[in-house]
Design a protein around this ligand. Structure first.
Ligand code: NI
Length: 271
């Protein structure tokens, strides 16, 4: 992917994400009506840690277009490894790609995931817009439920395929709302439902990062034997704080003041 194709590809990921997250359109429009611009801090993509679809595979077209690998994150409880990518153009959103550790599954579930991924055509893997190419396999509802009992992340990818799980608004760049509490109040007053698990706000100023997010929109998904309403995408909000060197913290987990970037073992604040 060259530089000229980058913005159209990011736009395609956004448009696909809106079909998973209709509330993001409403919230984006509300914010756009009272701000010169609504800046996306990052786009979150989900995958499995298998060679055909691993983080490197999803990142490849973006690296061709100038993105570079930055922070790495381990979430042992969720069996996730994640890496974030930044572009030299600070106006472009960061990418946060999380991959589920398939070998953590039992034999039967591991075989299911391998079997799903094996159905992806080689030509599809070459697409620059693979990150919003959706699901490439057939799956029945019982198999989805079997995976859901083991991993929310794995089941989400099995049901939806390769799409953005969330976009995140950079609250720092809003003129209408200065803090994460103000944006939360604004959304709650308008009837949006926010994720309160682990607290309405994850992180703190002295951890350089405060985040909140909506609950996922329910989305109808077609399985081979039935359809079902599943949690789709969510819209996230982040306020970043400067580190001691004066630069805004760009990482993806809240860190306490005496920690450095390697955050192994810390729960994601909704990442
Ligand atoms: Ni995020």
């Amino acid at each position: 992917m060259n530089q000229e194709q980058l913005r159209p590809t990011l736009e395609a990921i956004w448009q696909d994400y809106l079909t998973l997250t209709p509330q993001a359109r409403q919230i984006h429009d509300l914010l756009a009506s009272c701000n010169p611009q609504v800046v996306t801090d990052h786009i979150a993509l989900r995958t499995f840690d298998l060679p055909r679809v691993g983080i490197e595979q999803l990142a490849r077209p973006f690296e061709e277009a100038g993105y570079g690998a930055c922070g790495e994150y381990h979430f042992p409880v969720e069996q996730l490894f994640a890496r974030h990518y930044e572009h030299p153009d600070p106006d472009l959103p960061k990418l946060f790609i999380s991959a589920f550790h398939v070998d953590s599954l039992d034999d039967e579930a591991r075989n299911i995931v391998h079997q799903l991924v094996s159905q992806i055509a080689d030509t599809e893997l070459q697409r620059d817009d693979f990150s919003c190419s959706g699901r490439h396999w057939k799956i029945d509802f019982g198999t989805y439920q079997q995976l859901l009992a083991l991993s929310e992340h794995a089941a989400w990818v099995a049901a939806f395929g390769f799409r953005a799980d969330h976009f995140t608004v950079l609250v720092n760049a809003l003129q209408s709302h200065r803090g994460i509490d103000e944006i939360n109040d604004f959304l709650l007053q308008r009837g949006f439902h926010l994720d309160t698990s682990g607290g309405l706000v994850k992180g703190a100023p002295d951890e350089y990062l405060e985040q909140s997010s909506t609950l996922p929109d329910p989305v109808e998904v077609g399985f081979s034997d039935r359809s079902a309403l599943l949690p789709g995408g969510r819209y996230e909000f982040v306020r970043r704080y400067p580190r001691p060197d004066g630069r805004l913290y760009q990482g993806f987990v809240a860190v306490s003041a005496d920690q450095v970037l390697d955050s192994g073992g810390f729960r994601p604040p909704g990442y």
